[in-house]
Design a protein around this ligand. Structure first.
Ligand code: PLP
Length: 412
């Protein structure tokens, strides 16, 4: 029995139920992953006990010598991973990493250009329900409705008209490659600052599976918990010249004491990401996504943009007369966790949607390969095509359980 179970059985049993949910099902949420035991251990360590406001060598509290060591290690490893001149590892989340850049380079009411939420962007890129949409004057760009990919000519046209202070590139639900160099060129033409948010594809960028924006665009933000497979958190990279304003925007501009247990865990994650096996892992994420995409297309499902270059697939369920919500619920009953998602030219609300987002990072972490992806593709198609048949869902659920058993979360 764990120590927690002896002191707080209620919480311990909730955690155990969640562990079993993860073990017995298939996690296909594109923004999620499973961290290593080493990352878990660092997150649950005594590093959480300390206040360390400030930065290494310049803290507002005594007793920070080991926190300085941990934060320096995290910064150095992140810089090595991406070839960055400067790294800030303190943002508590991806949203806060983005907020820090906005605070560093924009004033209230400044014009901001970003991918619209309904076509793949993120809330923190200027949605009206986020601080970002309330503080800045946002002009969205989307995808070409025929190809369902970004049309850089149109992005340039909008940028020339709007003359934004900042152009954001990066997305939450875009299955294709993003041309960061093209965005930087457009930004230069209109004297804008270019910010890449690689929250989703950081692991792919770090390992050469996707162009890295670091050293190309002005600022790069990321989360550390998606394809990077680290603790839940954010990070920023930029040139040394821009470091002081970024650091000031994070602390004291926007946050108080850093989560030092998370920063220690980020250091562990970055070391894992520097190993050759992490490149193989990211290569497999993409191979897996493409193998599943091929099966789904063979089954007659419509893939937004016709396929995928990265870790995620976006399905349009219109031809099945299904909503994203119905699909998410039915697949959930079969222990396959996915999320409903808006698609280009969406006609439904974000709570219902016409699409489904499917990602392969977490199942790839469990060691699954193309063969399993093909089976999962068939599971998904079987449920979606017979969605009102409880017996079908139950049968698929039993097969999912059986398959999951063969891939333990923490075999060590
Ligand atoms: C592109 C992008 N940026 C930022 C974020 C925000 O990250 P967080 O949830 O850590 O605030 C996400 C989250 O999914 C994202 O997809």
């Amino acid at each position: 029995m764990s120590y927690l179970a002896t002191t707080d059985y209620e919480v311990a049993s909730i955690i155990e139920k969640e562990r079993l949910r993860q073990q017995n099902g298939l996690e296909l949420i594109a923004s999620e992953n499973l961290v290593s035991k080493a990352v878990l251990e660092a997150m649950g360590s005594v590093m959480t006990n300390k206040y360390a406001e400030g930065y290494p060598g310049k803290r507002y509290y005594g007793g920070c010598e080991f926190h300085d060591m941990a934060e320096n290690l995290a910064r150095d490893r992140l810089k090595e991973l991406f070839g960055a001149e400067h790294a800030n590892v303190q943002p508590h989340s991806g949203t806060q990493a983005n907020m820090a850049i906005y605070f560093a380079v924009m004033g209230c009411g400044d014009p901001l250009m970003s991918m619209s939420l309904s076509q793949g962007g993120h809330l923190s890129h200027g949605s009206p329900v986020s601080f970002s949409g309330r503080l800045y004057q946002v002009t969205p760009y989307g995808v070409d409705l025929k190809t369902e990919t970004i049309d850089y000519g149109v992005v340039e046209e909008i940028a020339r008209k709007v003359r934004p202070k900042v152009i954001i590139c990066g997305a939450s639900a875009y299955p294709r490659t993003i041309d960061f160099s093209a965005f930087q060129e457009i930004a230069e033409q209109v004297d804008a600052i270019c910010m890449a948010d690689i929250a989703h594809i950081a692991g792919l960028c770090a390992t050469g599976m996707h162009e890295s924006p670091v050293g190309v665009v002005d600022y790069t933000t990321t989360t550390t918990h998606k394809t990077l497979r680290g603790p839940r958190g954010g990070a920023i990279m930029c040139d040394a010249d821009n470091a002081p304003k970024v650091d000031k925007a994070v602390f004291p501009g926007m946050q108080g004491g850093p989560l030092m247990n998370t920063i220690a865990a980020k250091a562990v994650c970055f070391r894992e990401a520097l190993r050759p096996s992490f490149r193989e892992y990211n290569r497999q994420i993409v191979k897996n996504s493409q193998a599943m995409a091929a099966v789904l297309a063979d089954e007659g499902l419509r893939l937004i943009s016709g396929g995928t270059d990265n870790h995620l697939i976006l399905l349009d369920l219109t031809n099945l007369s299904l909503t994203g919500l119905e699909a998410e619920v039915a697949l959930g009953k079969a222990h396959i966790t996915v999320n409903k998602n808006t698609i280009p030219n969406e006609s439904r609300s974000p709570f219902v949607t016409s699409g489904l987002r499917i990602g392969t990072p977490a199942v790839t972490t469990r060691g699954m390969k193309e063969e399993e992806m093909r089976r999962i593709g068939h599971f998904i198609a079987t449920v979606l095509k017979d969605i009102h048949n409880e017996a079908t869902i139950k049968k698929v659920g039993a097969e999912v359980h059986e398959m999951a058993k063969g891939f333990p979360l923490y075999p060590e």
